[in-house]
Design a protein around this ligand. Sequence first.
Ligand code: PMP
Ligand code: GLN
Length: 383
Amino acid sequence: LNRRLAEFGTTIFAEMSALAAATGSINLGQGFPDTDGPEEIREAAVRALRDGRGNQYPPGPGVPELRTAVAEHQRRFHGLSFDPDTEVLITAGATEAIAAALLALVEPGDEVIALEPYYDSYAACIAMAGGRRVPVTLRPVDGVYRLDLDELRDAVTDRTRLILLNTPHNPTGTVLGREQLAAIAELAVERDLLVVSDEVYEHLVFDGEHLPIASFPGMRERTITISSAGKTFSFTGWKVGWITAAPALVSAVRSAKQYLTYVSAGPFQYAIAEALRLPDSYFDGLRDELRAKRDLLSTGLTDAGFAVYRPAGTYFVTTDIRPLGESDGFAFCRTLPERCGVVTIPNAVFYDHREQGAPFVRFAFCKRESVLKEAVERLSKLR
Ligand code: PMP
Ligand code: GLN
C-alpha cells in the first residue's frame, strides 16, 4: 500500500461486519437496512433487466430518465432547479461521487475542511487526491453535538480549497440548522471556497428539516451536492448516487468519474428514476418508521446505562460508554460480541484527534423492530 493510503487498511465497516458474521452477533455496526426497499422498485429493476434497458454501458453522465428524475426531485423537495443535461451526474453511489469530486477539485497540498467525526471515506479520498485534511470538531454539549462556527472560521487559510460538509451527519445524527448553514455559506462566499455537501440522509430527518446548503445565497454556483439511492430507498447494494452542481463543476467531476468507473448499474438507474417519483407518502413513511426505531433504540440504550446523544437524523445513534465504567470504545466494540452478541462501531475511527472520540460508540437503528428489541435486551445485561 502506498504512503498516501498507508493509514487506511481495511474500513471499519468491513471489519465489524465480518466480526458480526464470525460471531453470529446482531450487527448494529455498518449502516444498512435489514429490509429491502419497495417491491415495485425491485420490479422496475427486473423489468429494465428483462427489457434490455441498461444491460450495456449506459451514457457516461447517467441515463437521461434518471438525470431528469434527480432534477425533478431537487425541485420537488428543495425548490432547486438543475438542468438534467449539464447539472446532474450519476455516480456509483455517493462513495464514488465523493471520490470523484475530491480528485477533480483538489490540488496536491490543498486543505480540505471536514467536520470531525467524519465519514471514513472522506479522509481516504482527501489523501488520494493529495490534499490535507483539516478537521473541525463537533463537540458534545448538553446532550447534542454542536459545530463551533468560530472554530470553522479559524480553520480556513489561504490554502483552503473546499469544505466537505455532511448533513444530516454520520455518525452523530446532527442536522445543521438554518443559521449554521447560513454562516457556513457566508464564509464560503467570503473566502471563495467550494462546498462539497454530502446529503445522503436528506430524507431521514426526525426533528427539524433538511436544508441543502446549495439553496443559500451565493451557494448555487459553488456547491456540489451529493446524494444516493442507498439510504432513501433502502438499496445500499445498488450503488446508485448522484451529484447536482453548476455545469463547470459537474463537468470537472465527470472528468474524474470517467476514469474511476466510467459508468455503473444500468438497469438500477432506470429503477431509481421511478423511485424518485414515488409519492410523498413513501418518503414520509420511511422517515416515520426510522423515527420510531431511533426512539426504540435510544430509549433502550439509555435504560441499559449508556449516555445517548439523541440524533435528529440519519441511521445512527452515538452513545458515551463512560457511565458503564468504560472509556475505550475500541476495546468495548471488540469485546462486545463475546460479552453480549452485539456489534457496533467505535467513533474514534472517525477522528484525527482519536482521544476525543475514544469513549463514543455508534449504533445503527435501520433494523427490524424485533432485532432492535433483542439487541436492547442483550445490551441491558452489560450493567
Ligand atoms: N456518505 C455518508 C455520510 C454515508 O454514511 C455513506 C454510507 N452510506 C455514504 C456517503 C456512501 O453512500 P453510498 O452507499 O451511496 O456509496
Ligand atoms: N455508510 C455506512 C455506515 O456509515 C457504511 C458504508 C460502507 O461500508 N462503506 O455505516
